[in-house]
Write a protein that binds this ligand. Structure first.
Ligand code: HEC
Ligand code: HEC
Length: 284
């Protein structure tokens, strides 16, 4: 250990007595300006803490304010700024909102945010959909794509406990139709949307389809909105275009459930959600 601090011969700065494999360290002092600024921030923080408290239970500062009060004031100011739009949307019909660019834009922005919070977990971001959860951005609607019909679907939901819920049930044909009959009907369903299929089987399946399925899905597979029965003649599938899955839907049908949103979100939010969904591309 050196008794007297050794100096670096180039900079004249004191050398510390640490050494790592021959590498040694200068004891350069912190710049004065940096030390003063550092001290000033500590003094500032003490003052800030006293004037503008943030700890729970700390009460208010010298100006009668704390961060919680400031936040509530900011929220109240934001709500007051939005009140014109929110009240306007509550009072106006869908047509009136659609005709008013300001109200309409506000609805779409609000609807998009409410959709991301409440609907995207099932319907996907932007209503992109996934198996069992319909795409909301196309013009293929199970129950209907006018604003009134979309609002009804949102307010009351589908196959839930609410008394006004949309409801329908596809019968299970397990034990009713034989295996070959099911295969033939699947071939006919495949033929409706131009999927590869066995032509002879499809001809045989036409009768089984007419007898068992057409009442809901329509003679030509166009679907029936009163029952939420999907169109089978397009390329859009709620579940799957796979023949095995179509057979499984015939034998043991799946049924989509959607919660009712009336009461869960307020009326203005339902309106904004409706306009947003309607605007996604498939609105009628
Ligand atoms: C728990 C999952 C779930 C959530 C959350 C959900 N939905 Fe749905 N939604 C469904 C399912 C499943 C269907 C299809 C029901 C069926 O098979 O008939 C559906 C159907 C719909 C339909 C009818 C589509 C058509 O083709 O007619 C609309 C509109 C809709 N949802 C909008 C919304 C909106 C808006 C929200 C958010 C407020 C929402 N959904 C939240 C599951 C959900
Ligand atoms: C009482 C009405 C009803 C009858 C009869 C019925 N279905 Fe359905 N079917 C439905 C409904 C409703 C759905 C939609 C279920 C849902 O939304 O989850 C559906 C769904 C389907 C699907 C899924 C479509 C998709 O896009 O993924 C297929 C395939 C299908 N049915 C075929 C048939 C065939 C074949 C028959 C006759 C053997 C039949 N259905 C009889 C009401 C019916």
């Amino acid at each position: 250990m050196p008794t007297k601090a050794e100096k670096d011969k180039y900079s004249g700065t004191e050398i510390r007595d640490h050494e790592w494999d021959g590498i040694r360290e200068l004891n350069t002092p912190l710049p004065k300006w940096w030390v003063y600024v550092f001290a000033a921030t500590i003094i500032w923080s003490i003052g800030y803490f006293a004037f503008f408290p943030f700890l729970p239970g700390q009460g208010v500062g010298f100006f009668g304010k704390n961060q919680r009060i400031a936040l509530s004031e900011d929220i109240a100011a934001a709500q007051a700024a939005q009140a014109r739009f929110v009240d306007g949307i509550a009072a106006a019909s869908y047509e009136e909102i659609q005709a008013d660019a300001e109200l309409f834009n506000f609805s779409i922005t609000g609807g998009r945010a409410a959709f991301a919070d409440n609907c995207a977990p099932c319907h996907g971001g932007g209503g992109a959909g996934r198996p069992g959860f319909p795409v909301l951005a196309d013009d293929d609607w199970l129950w209907g794509g006018t604003v009134e019909e979309i609002a009804y679907s949102i307010n009351h939901g589908i196959r839930n406990e609410s008394p006004d819920s949309r409801f329908s049930e596809m019968p299970a044909f397990e034990g009713v139709l034989g295996d070959e009959e099911v295969d033939d009907i699947v071939a006919f369903v495949d033929s409706l949307s131009g999927l590869p299929h066995d032509a002879d089987a499809a001809v045989r399946g036409a009768t089984g389809y007419a007898d068992n399925c057409a009442s809901c899905h329509g003679d030509q597979g166009l679907g029936l909105r009163e029952l939420g029965a999907p169109r089978l003649s397009d390329q859009i599938w709620l579940y799957s275009s796979n023949s095995e899955e179509i057979a499984s839907q015939i034998l043991r049908p799946k049924h989509g459930v959607m919660p009712a949103w009336q009461g869960r979100v307020n009326e203005t939010t339902v309106k904004m959600l409706t306009l947003y969904v309607h605007s996604l591309g498939g609105g009628e």
